[in-house]
Design a protein around this ligand. Structure first.
Ligand code: PDD
Length: 286
């Protein structure tokens, strides 16, 4: 059984509880982060902590935990649950003032709720899925307009994953005004020659922590990076495509809406970036 963390305490998962009036439960009034663990150490903890603080700030939510304490909680969960490869899920909600009301409760008297738990994923770095590559469908992006805030409103991304599954595929890329925004739980890229193309930052997409690292490493490896939007048609004609996220690192894409990319196998650039990313992030893990 896992040991989880709820509001300042470590406890067995079956003893952890949150109020039925919690605004995370009633209103999706909460934010989250997913941090990966490799070799028992945290990948890019700083990046996730900074984005968490930003998400909270954008929603006028109080940050209930200092960065150093948050790092200790992450490390303690890794230790208690003996995680070598896996994920740490963190969620902070606006808490509960014991009833349902659209108006935010008084932050002076209502504590945010903070929950963390681990997901053990042995073999995550050496994933068979990455060797196969992902098949993608495109779906319309009908999410709200502040996708740069990492909120727990994940119903549409969940529906997108189910649409992909029903179509015999692995994931979905979302399209708005004819242009790809991002994947259901990852950022989207195409490769043309030596050039990597990924959507520019804005409120339309989540500013991926993996994206920052991968673009930096690509530039360091003398690859060209272009931050602009692209369409599904352009992606289908690209040499390669891939996605990035804390949970899947760099994931090659081999098919989009039934059209195979290149040879229909994981591309050279995507595989190289995956290797560089995992190597470099292991070195920098804390
Ligand atoms: N998802 N875009 C969306 C919509 C996401 O949900 C995620 C992450 C990303 C990639 O961000 P990062 O590189 O910081 O993980 C982009 C996490 C992994 C999840 O929901 O499980």
């Amino acid at each position: 059984m896992r040991t989880v963390y709820v509001n300042g305490q470590f406890m067995p998962e079956n003893e952890a509880t949150v109020s039925i009036f919690d605004r995370g439960f009633l209103m999706a009034d909460g934010v989250y982060e997913v941090t990966s663990v490799l070799g028992g150490k945290l990948i890019d903890f700083d990046g996730h902590a900074v984005r968490l603080a930003r998400s909270l700030g954008e929603l006028d939510m109080r940050n209930p935990i200092a960065k150093e304490d948050l790092l200790e909680v992450h490390r303690e969960l890794v230790r208690l649950n003996e995680i070598d490869e896996g994920l740490i899920y963190l969620q902070i909600t606006r808490g509960s003032d014991g009833d349902r009301d659209f108006a935010f409760p008084d932050p002076e008297t209502t504590e945010p709720t903070i929950v963390l738990f681990t997901q053990n994923k042995p073999g995550m770095a050496d994933s068979p899925a990455a060797k196969r590559g992902a098949k993608i469908i495109s779906i319309e992006d009908i999410r709200w307009g502040r996708r740069d805030i990492k909120t727990v409103q994940l119903l549409y991304p969940s529906m997108g994953k189910m649409m992909a599954k029903k179509a015999g595929c692995d994931d979905a890329w979302m399209v708005e005004d004819g242009m790809v925004t991002e994947g259901t739980s990852n950022n989207a890229y195409i490769v043309k020659g030596n050039k990597i193309i990924t959507r520019h930052l804005g409120t339309e997409i989540l500013h991926g922590i993996t994206r920052v690292a991968v673009l930096r490493l690509a530039r360091e490896a003398q690859m060209e990076v272009e931050e602009r939007s692209f369409s599904i048609e352009e992606a289908q004609e690209a040499d390669e495509a891939f996605t990035t996220s804390a949970s899947a690192f760099v994931m090659p894409v081999v098919e989009i809406d039934g059209v195979a990319l290149g040879e229909g196998v994981p591309g050279r650039v995507a595989m190289r970036l995956r290797e560089i990313y995992i190597d470099e992030m292991r070195k920098a893990a804390v």
